[in-house]
Design a protein around this ligand. Structure first.
Ligand SMILES: Cc1cc2nc3c(=O)[nH]c(=O)nc-3n(C[C@H](O)[C@H](O)[C@H](O)COP(=O)(O)OP(=O)(O)OC[C@H]3O[C@@H](n4cnc5c(N)ncnc54)[C@H](O)[C@@H]3O)c2cc1C
Length: 199
């Protein structure tokens, strides 16, 4: 096919997750004829809402909104409403134990039998360091990579010394054990996304 005398090129994108869809959007804007091949019946990849039980439509994998860059939304003419669920995160841990993360320490609940005051304090310190480290990391996502040493220096300069010491050299479990001791709490934070402060 010719468009204004230029052969229109065709592109196939395998996978209709949000990266495939964003790439398809930019390529289509640039004049390509794009076909997205998705193996599932729904588009969106891991970032979809699905009915897990009748009447319960929930994000089945990725649940936290915020990483889709505003300039991409503007470029593609997307008008997505920001929807922040409250509570943001619920971990059901069995035996009646649970963690509800609701955006603030006051609104959150950590209900695990045997958790000590030291665990509460340690968890708050842990989450504070993780979220402050994320603020240091975030601008790097759109920059040329820096060395490990340079990034560690940035973390240390921000006073984030534990994560600076451990992020490239230790396991997540070892990092968690610097702050908390309750085994169920450690297990919960080994498998779940880090949510807002909990106390
Ligand atoms: C447990 C978990 C939790 C996460 N939570 C969050 C979160 O809360 N917030 C957040 O922003 N990000 C989260 N992420 C990350 C986010 O899900 C990914 O960054 C994002 O889904 C990547 O998008 P993608 O399009 O590259 O891949 P995917 O979303 O994985 O999409 C790939 C698509 O390709 C399809 N596909 C694969 N192979 C083929 C094939 N051969 N033929 C046809 N189709 C194919 C798949 O079916 C799928 O639809 C999470 C990831 C995980 C694993």
């Amino acid at each position: 096919m010719l468009t204004h005398g230029v052969p229109q090129r065709r592109v196939g994108i395998i996978g209709g997750g949000h990266n495939g869809l964003v790439a398809a959007g930019y390529l289509a804007k640039a004049g390509f004829r794009v076909t997205v091949y998705e193996r599932r019946a729904v588009l969106g990849g891991l970032c979809v809402n699905e009915a897990v039980l009748p009447g319960y439509q929930v994000p089945t994998v990725a649940a936290w909104y915020g990483m889709l860059r505003p300039e991409i939304m503007a470029d593609l003419g997307l008008t997505l409403a920001t929807y922040l669920p409250n509570p943001a995160h619920i971990s059901v841990l069995g035996d009646g134990d649970y963690i509800i993360e609701a955006g603030t320490i006051a609104a959150s609940r950590l209900a695990i039998a045997g958790v000590t005051e030291a665990d509460h304090v340690g968890l708050a310190a842990l989450l504070d360091e993780v979220f402050r480290a994320a603020e240091v990391l975030w601008p790097h996502l759109l920059r040329a990579p820096v060395s490990q040493a340079a990034f560690v220096a940035e973390l240390n300069a921000a006073g984030l010394t534990t994560i600076a010491d451990m992020c490239f050299t230790a396991s997540l479990e070892a990092y968690l054990r610097r702050f908390i001791t309750h085994e169920k709490l450690i297990a919960a934070y080994l498998v779940e996304t880090f949510g807002p402060p909990t106390a």
